[in-house]
Write a protein that binds this ligand. Structure first.
Ligand SMILES: Nc1ncnc2c1ncn2[C@@H]1O[C@H](COP(=O)(O)OP(=O)(O)OP(=O)(O)O)[C@@H](O)[C@H]1O
Ligand SMILES: [Mg+2]
Length: 387
C-alpha cells in the first residue's frame, strides 16, 4: 500500500506539501492529501478515521493554542505528527501531553519522514487487524427466552470483562430489548441498514443507545418502520456486523427468525453461536435444523453452544440425557426455569442482576456468561497460535 494513501497533511504552505510529497511518494505517482485547517481535517477523518495526520505548526501555533488536542482525542484511531521548525523541550512536552506520536523537524523531512510515517502506518494496520468477537443468539422456538438470555448475558459479560460490549437487537418483528432494558430509543438497527451513507464506527456508536459506560444497545424499535417504509435490507447486514466488530470488544447479536442472508452473514463473523431452546420436542427439532444450516455455512460444532432454557430438574417430560443424544457434537448448557424472576425483570425493565440478583435464573445466566467468555478466550488463543 502506498504510504501516501494513509497520510493527510494539514498546512497552508505549498512548499511544505511538495517536500512531504517527495519524501513519501517513493516515485509511485500518488499525491499527498492536504487540508488547509483543522475543520477541513475533521471532514476528511469522517471518511477514514485511521490515518497518519501531519500537522504543520507554521501557519499557527497549534500546540501552544491547544486547538489540536480535542481533534487528537476525538480521532483516537489516527496517529498525529507535528511538523515543526524547532524541536524545543516545551514543544516536545506539550506534544506528548496532547498525544502526538512524533515531532518532526521540517529541515529533516527528506531524511527522516519516510521511516517515521512508515512505522505509524504499520501501527494503523495492526489496529485494523484487531477485531472484537461476536456471539450470535439464535432461537429454536418463539418465546424460548432468547432475548432474556442475550440481554442479561450481555450485561454479565460486560460486568466481568474490561472490554466494551454492544448488544444488537436483530429481531425485525418483536424487537424487545428496548422494553427489557427500559430504553426508549427511536433509532437502531433498521436505521443503519437503510441509511444512505457509509456505515462506520461513528454512525454505529451515535445510533446505539448508551445504556451504561462501555455497554451500548442497538435497538430495533417498531417505530422505525414508517421511516423507511419497508422490511429492513439484509444487503448491508454483513457490512454492519463488520463495523460492530471493529468498534466493540464483544458484540452480542439477538437474531431470532433470521432470513438466510442474515444467518449467513452472522455465521461468517461469529466466534460463538448459541441456539436457545426449551426442553420440548418442537424446539429440539428446530434446533437440529438450525445446527444443520449452520454447519452448511461452514460453522464447526465447536462454535455452537446449545442452551436449554427453562430446564427443570424433575418435571421435564424430556430429560437432559435424551437431549444430549440428539446433539452429540455440540456442547449443551442448561438455564433453570424461574418464570417469576425472569418475568419480573422484563416487566420492570431491569437487568436480572439488579432486580433478582439471588435468583436461580440470574445465577445461571452469570454462569453462561463466564462459560462464553472462556470459549471466546480459547478461540482468541487459537487464532494467536496460528498467526
Ligand atoms: N429461564 C427462564 N425461566 C423462566 N422464564 C423465562 C426464562 N427465560 C425467559 N423467560 C420468560 O419467557 C418469556 C419469553 O422470553 P423472551 O422474550 O426472552 O423470549 P424470546 O425467545 O426472545 O421470544 P420471542 O420469540 O418473542 O423473541 C418472558 O416472559 C421471559 O420472562
Ligand atoms: Mg426475542
Amino acid at each position: 500500500m502506498p504510504l501516501l494513501s494513509k497520510v493527510i497533511l494539514v498546512s497552508q504552505d505549498p512548499r511544505l506539501s511538495d517536500e512531504v510529497h517527495d519524501a513519501l511518494s517513493n516515485g509511485n505517482g500518488a499525491t499527498v492529501a492536504v487540508c488547509r485547517d483543522l475543520k477541513e481535517l475533521k471532514g476528511r477523518l469522517q471518511a477514514d478515521q485511521s490515518m497518519v495526520v501531519l500537522v504543520d505548526d507554521g501557519a499557527r501555533d497549534w500546540v501552544a493554542l491547544g486547538e489540536l488536542e480535542p481533534v487528537v482525542n476525538q480521532y483516537a484511531h489516527s496517529r498525529f505528527v507535528l511538523l515543526t521548525g524547532q524541536r524545543s523541550p516545551q514543544i516536545l512536552l506539550r506534544s506528548m501531553q496532547i498525544g502526538i506520536r512524533h515531532v518532526q523537524l521540517k529541515s529533516e523531512i527528506a531524511a527522516d519522514l519516510n521511516v517515521a510515517v512508515g512505522a505509524l502506518v504499520n501501527t494503523l494496520n495492526h489496529r485494523q487487524a484487531a477485531r472484537g468477537s461476536m456471539i450470535t443468539i439464535l432461537s429454536a422456538g418463539g418465546g424460548c427466552g432468547a432475548t432474556t438470555l442475550a440481554t442479561n448475558m450481555g450485561l454479565e459479560l460486560h460486568a466481568r470483562q474490561k472490554e466494551s460490549v454492544l448488544l444488537v437487537d436483530g429481531d425485525n418483528h418483536y424487537g424487545a430489548i428496548g422494553i427489557y432494558l427500559n430504553i426508549d430509543g427511536r433509532y437502531g438497527l433498521n436505521y443503519l441498514l437503510g441509511a444512505p451513507e457509509k456505515i462506520d464506527s461513528v454512525l454505529v456508536q451515535s445510533t446505539a443507545s448508551h445504556y451504561r459506560d462501555g455497554f451500548d444497545v442497538l435497538l430495533n424499535p417498531i417505530v422505525e418502520k414508517p421511516i423507511y417504509g419497508a422490511e429492513p435490507s439484509a444487503k448491508r447486514f454483513g457490512e454492519l456486523l463488520e463495523v460492530c466488530l471493529q468498534s466493540y470488544g464483544t458484540t452480542i447479536l439477538d437474531l431470532p427468525r433470521p432470513s438466510p442472508e442474515m444467518l449467513h452473514a452472522a455465521a461468517r463473523v461469529s466466534t460463538l453461536l448459541l441456539i436457545v431452546m426449551q426442553p420440548a420436542v418442537k424446539d429440539i427439532r428446530m434446533a437440529r435444523i438450525l445446527m444443520n444450516a449452520l454447519e452448511m455455512t461452514g460453522v464447526g460444532p465447536s462454535q455452537i453452544l446449545v442452551v436449554v432454557n427453562r430446564y427443570q430438574n424433575h418435571h421435564n417430560p424430556i430429560q437432559l440425557p435424551q437431549i444430549q443424544k440428539v446433539f452429540t457434537t455440540a456442547e449443551l448448557f442448561c438455564v433453570g426455569n424461574d418464570y417469576v424472576n425472569a418475568n419480573r425483570a422484563a416487566t420492570e425493565g431491569l437487568p436480572l442482576s439488579q432486580c433478582a440478583r439471588k435468583s436461580r435464573v440470574a445465577h445461571d445466566v452469570g454462569e453462561l456468561a463466564s462459560h462464553c467468555m472462556q470459549r471466546l478466550q480459547t478461540s482468541r488463543n487459537e487464532v494467536q497460535t496460528v498467526s
